[in-house]
Ligand binder design. Structure first.
Ligand code: ISE
Length: 334
């Protein structure tokens, strides 16, 4: 049994604790912590977690905690991940790995010093059966080379305190990871555009935005980003290859015919859209930790997404593509 401590008892934290307690084989949540200790107490009572720590740092240092899951606020991911890696503990950190590329570099440097992979980043879309099939088709070469990707990330709601930059670091970060994974390529340049703004969205941050990327190999990517006030939670992805196109399937939904209309319901909650991917992802992580061979998204992947996110946020308002420069890839991640 892998003894896990979870830091962050908000929405995704509770979901992951439930998964680890009742669904994932070989896992046991032995402790939890939250910025608000009462939230941790409540969550512990809900899922029979035996120990609550007052702080994330205490949980990381606790001797019974063999591996740490970080589901706290984005701006705390870096410090918690680094602290756990320094102790040689395995970490599963929700996306983003950190808020900036330079913070990711520090994590990478520490992991390289430890000499083995200790970090998996929560880029769960790689485990979604739809995206996995798209990758399989691209890699088979059956449709020739991929030329471009058209993607949409449409969401209905963001919590208080959301800002324009988080549209990239918190929301589009999924596309930043999945597109480079699908194409097996790194980014060369990036630009974000503030386009015509939605009259429904007057919360003080840009919505929508368009993310444009070019890869080393010359593939082009465009991502339409509606961080809130969209008609539903809708994730679209089309890869255009030389001989055909591949589309991400929509989640299964019943088709209703009534009153001379044919309709299907759309989801509004992101946690439900990729529920299967989250389940597979955590099961894969626990299994890999037990075997001592991590194969899921690494610190390098967390870094690559943050390098692109940094460039995108710097490009806002400049109307120019900014170059993306990465450090040399350490052997650990080859
Ligand atoms: C949210 O924070 C997430 O992590 C979801 O995966 C993303 O799709 C959503 O748009 C974000 O608000």
């Amino acid at each position: 049994m892998l003894k896990i401590g979870v830091i962050g008892c908000g929405a995704i934290g509770k979901e992951h604790i439930k998964r680890l307690m009742y669904l994932v084989p070989g896992a046991q949540v032995v402790a939890c912590a939250d910025f608000y200790p009462e939230a941790a107490q409540k969550t512990a009572a809900m899922f029979q977690v035996p120990t609550v720590y007052q702080t994330g740092e205490e949980l990381i240092g606790a001797s019974e905690v063999e591996a740490v899951v970080i589901t706290s606020a984005d701006d705390s991911h870096f410090a918690y991940t680094l602290a756990a890696v320094k102790l040689g503990k395995q970490v599963f950190c929700e996306k983003p790995l950190a808020l900036t590329a330079s913070e990711c570099e520090e994590i990478i440097a520490e992991e390289v010093k430890q000499g083995r992979r200790l970090v998996q980043v929560g880029f769960m879309r790689r485990y979604d059966p739809g995206y996995a099939k798209m990758k399989e088709i691209i890699d088979s070469g059956e449709l020739g080379a991929p030329l471009m990707i058209h993607a949409c990330h449409r969401n209905v709601f963001q919590s208080e305190g959301f800002q324009t930059e988080m549209g990239i670091t918190n929301v589009a970060i999924h596309e930043l990871d999945i597109c480079r994974w699908l194409l097996g390529d790194e980014y060369k340049k990036a630009q974000v555009l503030k386009v015509k703004q939605s009259g429904r969205s007057t919360k003080g941050y840009d919505n929508p935005q368009i993310v444009l990327l070019e890869t080393e190999d010359g593939s082009r990517i465009d991502v339409e980003l509606q961080v809130c006030d969209a008609y539903g939670y809708d994730i679209q992805c089309q890869v255009v290859c030389e001989k055909g196109t591949i589309n991400l399937p929509d989640p299964a939904s019943v088709i209703m015919r009534a009153e001379a209309r044919c309709s299907t319901e759309l989801l509004t909650d992101w946690a439900k859209r990729f529920i299967e991917a989250y389940d597979i992802e955590l099961a894969d992580w626990v299994n890999a930790v037990e075997k001592g061979e991590l194969t899921g998204p690494s610190s390098w992947d967390g870094y690559a997404a943050c390098v692109a996110a940094d460039a995108l946020n710097r490009s806002r308002g400049t109307e120019t593509f900014l170059p993306i420069e990465m450090i040399e890839k350490p052997g650990l991640y080859q």
